[in-house]
Design a protein. Structure first.
Length: 220
């Protein structure tokens, strides 16, 4: 089963297109803030949440329950594709229904491998994957640059260091973040392997270039 959650008007063939608003004419009308979700445990192979998470979970307990339900319905190795607006972009700020900031660091909290690494180092990061008994691996992280930043960077008219500084200092530089997660079941299964051969997900422009590799370590 493949779920396109919060589909709005963007529907995909061979997916179950889901939205809370019947006016969108989804395949299933589901409020993702009502629990439990209507799909069985371990039944979903792939999920799309494109510009959805920022609309959900204004209350922390609701947001965490959404992550728990996502994990529950996913099979082992299910793939989750997520796109969210950058919290310092006008797309995020202008919409009163945007209630949840989602950043690249957000999903590391739901990785048991990262949680155990933090605990071993005595770090103060909240080990939510251990508390909630779930486990997601972050496989890819990238971002889409707003114009004119994207074109200037593509045309090599914007030095990499200057782009990195602009990202840190200004709004409306990054338009959106894009993530790929993978569900790990049972939770913690990959902890031992991850500890020995983990590859950090790198935050890079969506249209990555060889030059962008230097920016990964600066802005991940």
């Amino acid at each position: 089963m493949r779920l396109n959650l919060g589909c709005g008007g963007k529907k995909y063939p061979d997916w179950i297109n889901v939205d809370k608003f019947p006016t969108c004419s989804p395949d299933q009308v589901v409020d993702l803030e009502q629990f439990p979700w209507p799909w069985p445990d371990n039944s979903v192979d792939e999920v799309r949440m494109f510009h959805v998470l920022e609309h959900l979970g204004a209350q922390t307990e609701i947001y965490l329950r959404i992550i728990q339900e996502l994990y529950r319905v996913c099979r082992d190795n299910a793939v989750i594709h997520i796109i969210v607006p950058h919290p310092r972009h006008d797309d995020f700020l202008n919409d009163p229904t945007h209630v949840r900031v989602v950043t690249p660091g957000s999903f590391s909290l739901f990785s048991q491998a990262k949680n155990r690494e933090w605990l071993a180092k005595g770090m103060s990061n909240t080990p939510l994957a251990l508390y909630l008994e779930l486990d997601f691996a972050v496989e890819t992280e990238s971002y889409l640059l707003e114009e004119p930043w994207g074109k200037l960077f593509e045309q090599k008219k914007l030095p990499l260091a200057d782009l990195g500084q602009a990202i840190r200092l200004y709004g409306n530089v990054i338009k959106q973040f894009e993530f790929t997660l993978r569900a790990i079941k049972p939770a913690g299964r990959a902890v031992a392997a991850a500890a020995s051969q983990a590859v950090e997900a790198s935050l890079v422009p969506s249209e990555a270039t060889a030059e962008a590799s230097a920016l990964r370590s600066e802005n991940a």
